[in-house]
Write a protein that binds this ligand. Structure first.
Ligand code: DQA
Length: 137
């Protein structure tokens, strides 16, 4: 079972960025915990702040991986291109968010990713990623 976590813009700053919203753990530390927890899964992690790079990564992995866990971060609410990429590939995508985007600003209530996603998990902090991986098992 091969699963990739793809994180979008500013998620490389987890641990330092608005800790009251996103917590104080780095994603690298959390990813090590996930690798330990899901030893049976071939887990990969990719992060980019650039929309086109995220689209290229989805195209690259989207025809032979078993699952994609995607937190498109701010591009969730703006990117027709990422939404189209999610629809274009075969590998199922689970959309995740650390925060509950529905109790935040109105512009975070729209997702261009959700229409093509298999499911959406949000609001459970970093545990949202754990739950998304479990959904593939
Ligand atoms: C986020 C929510 C987005 O609205 C925001 O732009 C992010 C992170 C989350 O994981 O809670 O960067 O995707």
């Amino acid at each position: 079972m091969k699963i990739i976590i793809i994180n979008g813009p500013n998620l490389n700053l987890l641990g330092k960025r608005e800790p009251e919203v996103y917590g104080n753990k780095t994603f690298e530390d959390y990813f090590s915990e996930l690798q330990f927890r899901f030893k049976e899964v071939e887990l990969e992690y990719y992060q980019s702040n650039i929309e086109g790079e995220l689209i290229s990564k989805l195209q690259e992995v989207g025809f032979d991986y078993d699952g994609i866990v995607l937190n498109a971060a701010a591009y969730t609410h703006t990117s027709v291109g990422l939404g189209d990429a999610v629809k274009a590939i075969n590998t199922p995508v689970v959309e995740v968010h650390i925060s509950n985007t529905y109790n935040r600003e109105d512009y975070r209530h729209v997702s261009f990713i959700s229409p093509g996603a298999k499911g959406v998990i949000l609001g459970f902090g970093l545990q949202s990623y754990d739950l998304a991986i479990r959904s593939f098992l």
